[in-house]
Design a protein around this ligand. Structure first.
Ligand code: DGJ
Length: 803
């Protein structure tokens, strides 16, 4: 709706990229936008002697040729039938149409209107499912339009199809490439990127997400140097090291303003991005399957499809880019049955018990969970085989009846009877050398014959290139899903790949890609017939957080790091490209098992609420006040769950560098919730401003602090300054009092129009070392507040005021 993408055919048949950015009038003269070449540049190769100003190295292109004078990192490398790498693609034809161009074997953005048509056909034929997707009727989508451009090599019958799909309501274009070999010899594909985009440099900054286990989603900004900036994964999954998503923006852009381009890939395997700035100031971007270790044999008559890439542009800063991508993920990536469907609040057994659980412990956890308002109990790792640690059992599906005497069905029934849904953890892509499956089928494991394999977390990977292995997983997981009342699955994957080799492949360079195709097939076969099972994918946390997995799993376990202060960076980074509803986000115990940091229960909730909320610690250890606090958190979350999960999310520019501000605004704009987080306490900081955005300037709102109570224990000996008698800080009486009595934290309330609120709210004084009263905001290190903003007066009555 708000962007234009313009290209044209050159006189030699190449495709010149002219514009991607703000919407331009259709049919207008684009000459002012075109890169000029009035004279030859020294040191270039002329494409054709008839025009010495025409060099592929100087053009902005939609697709390029190899070995014809374009010296960038090329988006493809083909070993041609003549053994050379030279190949010159020129325009053959363009077809425009409506609807999707199907992508076989890989996930692609889906079109709800197609789903609606399908439902209609089923309805007409009498097979409609009334519960299928409540949101379908409200879907505003129009059929996406597509454009297929075919480019043909000048010598061989080898074609490239550039496939563009337009998602107008999200300002997103998806792009991909297919290579078709109609020659009579095989072609070897050494590299085939999903897209390339050439832009004239505008002092661009590259934003990308990097990290490691328990440190995913770290936002990194690089002012583009001349040369190549590249990152990707070689681990067999999209990886926590370098997420496939990235952005480039003009240097002046910030969260709220400026021109920002966003990119992502609908793919979960080895990927790479290249951002190259040429010596002539041309910026060339591309991403796709990582060519490292990749080699695909394309026989005569075959075609190869690269994964779909996602491109967007916004002139409303990084938040604008995020909003386009969030909407796109909500509407066109996550499975249609979960579009706009609220996610349950869960309790997970992992950080409560790790492997050390049994039925009665789980039932005690479930009982507590149910009494607090939690809706789903998830049994994590350790329910099968001899799995009492991470050294055995993966690949086996026999239930450990010593731990679970009533079996999974019995346990699920007992949990259901408490009013909770039941969820189960699986790690289906793995095999432990100490497992019945390995003893029976060592050939199912990924390893090179004659070479000792290296293990990761003491386990091997199952070879998903083999059809028997895929069948084994589909049948084993499917059987449990059919026999047990399971409404949620956590699908884990806990190692990087090594020793890759498949007994069924002739060309081992195809392994990684065929593995991922196999994984998608398995997920499709298990979950397509069971659309109401909520799938949360996980790979040691966010080691496979990508759009490919989101096509099957509406949410992903963002990180094994549940410390809220760490999650500010992790979820804040991820939110650039992925909406809140895709992020599993829990309240854990404090001190945190990943950092030993102490945080308050309030801060843990204030962070976890910006995502799909869960609780992951032993709820039986809570005291009465903590139970009350959690019950209130859950009540609050349930009341505002739609806003938290599906509202419009903003990262707000912090007024100070020890503060972080998040805000989410409901779809209808009538309520909003702001999170105010303090990393380190500073002495005598002075006044504090709560920045807000996204509100209707004419609407009147009431802003109020979510009420908090302060635990006495936090204040140690300082508490004596408030008491009529002196008590030692470690006095058992004080500890006992702390179990029953808390202090109120400052609660503020303002009535104001959106216009007033958006200039920022002057908050009550921050604690400054001069005493406590109930109007002082008591934050301390890692403190936080949450503010609820609700529309109270209809905007019509404010019109006069606005004038
Ligand atoms: C890694 C996951 O990220 C954790 O949440 C947990 O499920 C463990 N695996 C279980 O082994």
């Amino acid at each position: 709706s708000n962007i234009s993408y313009i290209m044209r055919k050159t006189k030699f048949g190449h495709l010149e990229h002219i514009w991607f950015g703000e919407r331009m009038p259709v049919g207008a003269d684009v000459d002012s936008l075109v890169l000029k070449h009035s004279v030859t540049a020294g040191g270039t190769v002329n494409y054709d002697e008839s025009d010495e100003t025409y060099s592929l190295d100087l053009l902005t292109l939609e697709w390029t040729s190899a070995g014809k004078g374009d010296f960038r990192v090329l988006p493809f490398e083909l070993v041609m039938p003549d053994g050379s790498r030279v190949c010159d693609f020129v325009f053959e034809q363009a077809e425009q149409g409506v609807g999707l161009v199907p992508l076989i074997g890989l996930p692609q953005a889906h079109d709800l209107s197609a789903e609606r048509n399908h439902a209609l056909v089923e309805e007409i034929s009498g097979g409609s499912d009334d519960n299928a997707c409540d949101d379908r009727d409200n879907a505003t989508d129009v059929n996406p339009e597509h454009l297929i451009i075919t480019m043909r090599d000048r010598v061989y019958d080898i074609r490239i199809k550039l496939i563009y799909t337009l998602w107008s309501e999200c300002d997103v274009i998806t792009r991909r490439v297919e290579l078709i070999n109609d020659s009579d010899s095989a072609v070897e594909i050494r590299r085939l990127m999903s897209f390339m985009l050439d832009l004239a440099d505008r002092r661009f900054v590259l934003t990308s997400l990097h990290g490691s286990w328990i440190r995913e989603g770290q936002r990194q900004e690089t002012v583009l140097p001349v040369g190549i900036v590249s990152s990707g994964s070689t681990t067999g999954n999209s990886s926590h090291r370098h997420n496939p998503a990235f952005a480039i923006a003009e240097r002046s852009a910030d969260e709220m303003h400026g021109r920002v381009y966003g990119f992502n890939l609908i793919y979960s395997g080895n990927h790479i991005k290249f951002v190259e700035k040429s010596e002539f100031g041309l910026v060339r971007l591309m991403s796709g399957i990582n060519p490292d270790g990749f080699c695909w044999h394309l026989a005569a008559g075959e075609k190869f499809a690269a994964p779909e890439a996602v491109l967007t542009f916004s002139d409303q800063g990084y938040n604008g880019m995020s909003h386009n991508l969030h909407r796109f993920v909500h509407d066109h990536i996550i499975p249609p049955a979960w579009r706009g469907r609220e996610r349950p609040i869960l309790a997970n057994s992992w950080e409560a018990y790790y492997f050390n659980f049994n039925q009665s412990k789980l039932l005690r956890l479930a009982k507590q969970a149910a009494s607090l308002g939690i809706e789903l109990l998830v049994l994590d790792d350790g329910w099968f085989g001899k799995r009492n640690d991470d050294r055995s059992g993966l690949g086996d599906y026999n239930i450990n009846t010593r731990k679970l005497p009533s079996g999974l069905s019995g346990l699920a029934t007992k949990i259901n009877n408490m009013g909770l849904q039941f969820g189960l953890w699986f790690e289906p892509e793995m095999i432990s050398p100490d497992s019945d499956l390995y003893r029976a089928h060592p050939e199912y494991a990924v390893q090179v014959p004659g070479r000792d394999p290296s293990l990761g977390r003491h386990q091997l990977v199952l070879d998903l290139c083999q059809p028997e292995v895929r069948d084994y997983i589909v049948e084993s997981v499917g059987k449990i899903l059919d026999e047990v009342a399971i409404s949620y699955v956590k699908w884990d994957m806990n190692r990087h790949m090594s020793d890759v080799f498949s007994v069924v492949l002739k060309e081992q360079g195809e392994f990684y890609h065929r593995y991922i195709i196999g994984l998608y097939e398995v997920l499709e076969r298990i979950f397509k017939p069971r659309p109401d099972v909520l799938l949360e994918s996980c790979a040691s946390g966010g080691n496979r957080f990508d759009l490919g997995m989101l096509c099957f799993s509406p949410q992903i376990w963002t990180s094994d790091n549940i410390d809220p202060i760490e999650r500010l960076t992790i979820q804040g980074g991820m939110s650039l490209f992925y909406p809140l509803s895709t992020m599993g986000s829990h309240v854990a115990d404090s001190p945190h098992s990943q950092t030993l940091r102490h945080t308050t229960l309030a801060t843990r909730f204030h962070l976890a609420a910006f995502g799909c909320l869960g609780y992951e610690f032993n709820l039986n250890f809570l005291n009465r006040l903590q139970r009350k606090e959690i019950a209130e958190q859950i009540e609050f979350y349930k009341k505002h769950r739609r806003t938290f999960q599906f509202g419009r999310f903003y990262r707000l520019p912090p007024a100070k560098d020890n503060k972080i501000h998040w805000q989410v605004v409901a779809e209808d704009g009538r309520e909003s919730i702001a999170g105010y987080y303090q990393t380190w306490q500073r002495a005598a900081e002075g006044c504090d401003l709560l920045p807000l955005t996204g509100l209707d300037p004419r609407q009147t709102y009431r802003l109020s602090t979510r009420p908090l109570r302060l635990e006495l224990e936090r204040f140690g000996g300082l508490i004596n300054h408030m008491l009529p008698v002196q008590i030692k800080p470690d006095n058992p009486l004080l500890r006992l009092t702390g179990k029953f009595y808390t202090l109120p934290d400052s609660a503020e309330s303002y009535t104001a129009t959106g216009r007033q609120l958006q200039v920022g709210v002057m908050l009550n004084t921050h604690y400054s070392g001069t005493g406590y009263n109930s109007n002082v905001r008591m934050l301390g290190d890692f403190g936080s507040h949450m503010y609820l903003i609700e529309a109270i007066i209809d905007k019509q009555s404010n019109q006069e005021d606005a004038q």
